[in-house]
Design a protein around this ligand. Structure first.
Ligand SMILES: *[C@@H]1O[C@H](CO)[C@@H](O)[C@H](O)[C@H]1NC(C)=O
Ligand SMILES: *[C@@H]1O[C@H](CO)[C@@H](O)[C@H](O)[C@H]1NC(C)=O
Length: 339
């Protein structure tokens, strides 16, 4: 591309960026009450009812996409692939899968879409292909030749500067060893800060920057509602907004001083959740560890294979092991339904 064309392209892209950035800070008349809240959700859309099927376990263990693939395999193919997976889960290669290895595995299956997103952008930003992304590489790729002076429009110019400042602050926060260069893990934290404990403060700060319009370092009821809802020509507040007003006072404002401070904003946008991956790891080990040494051998897992992965047989119940499965299921039902 010749330089002028490139410049124009960057400029166009940037305008797009700026306008979407402006939009992101604007409220719509549609219910946007949940837009700030980062939830990780459950491991599967299926109910966890092992008495009926193992869909929940399959999706938790494999991720949704791979669980579908396994459902198309014969039991033999399925077990073969499972055996290979076990080798990958067993990080220290001691021949056993323990709780921490399984917990880590399940968490990563759930984070796969994030890793895919990072991979997608990696090559684009890693200009010199050293498998790291420096701040300058990121800045050049995203903002090109722009310095912010090119905008005629004052609002655009300010927005551009705000974007750059925000990006730079976030990059610094993600760059844990402060060398100005992001590894893959650090770049993942940059693109998806809500996934990382050490980025919590920054996520809260960015939320504050968006909502705290008068800049007094706390969120009042008008700022809180204003972020979700803007009435259009005298429109009455819908019920969900009234509910949100109550939530502000009754739930979010824990110290009842009429404002949300950083800690309260953190509780709101990054709620502490049940660690589903932890529960599922415990559950799978409990069901599989027949000799009760609190870890699973490859043999134990393969005996219990259809709890971990699907196949045509487990789908349609035509397998020879069906009788056995039914007995196991009966036993499991009791255990699972205790809680
Ligand atoms: C479980 O596996 C992890 C990772 O391989 C290892 O560091 C840890 O020591 C293991 N824990 C036990 C109790 O064996
Ligand atoms: C970024 O762009 C500037 C100005 O065009 C250039 O001097 C610099 O070498 C570039 N940096 C990287 C890492 O590509």
């Amino acid at each position: 591309m010749d330089e002028d064309v490139e410049k124009r392209t960057v400029r166009m892209l940037l305008r797009l960026l700026v306008s979407s950035f402006l939009l992101a800070g604007t409220s719509f008349a549609v219910p946007t009450k949940e837009k700030r809240v980062h939830r990780h959700g459950d491991l599967s859309d299926h109910p966890h009812k092992d008495a009926t099927d193992f869909q929940y376990d399959h999706e938790a263990f494999l991720g949704k996409e791979d669980a579908k693939t396994f459902d198309q395999l014969t039991p033999e193919e399925s077990k073969e692939r499972l055996a290979k997976i076990i080798g990958r889960i067993d990080i220290n290669k001691d021949g056993f899968v323990n709780h921490s290895e399984l917990h880590y595995w399940i968490k990563h299956r759930q984070r796969r879409y994030i890793e895919e997103n990072v991979n997608k952008h990696w090559r684009e930003y890693d200009v010199n292909q050293d498998d790291k992304i420096s701040w300058e590489e990121y800045k050049n790729t995203t903002y090109g030749y722009y310095h912010g002076e090119e905008f005629d429009d004052v609002e655009e110019k300010d927005t551009y500067k705000a974007m750059l400042t925000r990006d730079q602050r976030r990059f610094k926060e993600a760059d844990r060893d402060h060398d100005g260069i992001a590894t893959r893990e650090e770049f993942t934290a940059f693109l998806h800060p809500e996934e990382f404990d050490h980025m919590r403060g920054l996520v809260v700060q960015e939320t504050m920057d968006d909502i705290d319009k008068n800049g007094d370092g706390k969120v009042d009821i008008d700022e809180y509602i204003g972020d979700m809802f803007t009435p259009e020509n005298g429109e009455k507040e819908p019920d969900w907004v009234l509910t949100e007003r109550q939530h502000f006072h009754q739930i979010r404002d824990e110290n009842k001083n009429g404002y949300l401070e950083a800690a309260e904003v953190a509780q709101w946008v990054l709620p502490t959740e049940v660690d589903h991956a932890d529960n599922e790891a415990k559950h799978l080990i409990h069901e599989t560890d027949t000799n009760k040494d609190e870890k699973m051998s490859k043999e134990e897992i393969l005996v219990n294979w259809n709890m971990f992965v699907g196949s045509q047989a487990t789908n349609y119940g035509e397998d020879l092991t069906k009788r056995h499965d039914e007995e196991v299921l009966l036993r499991r039902t009791n255990i699972w339904e205790e809680d």
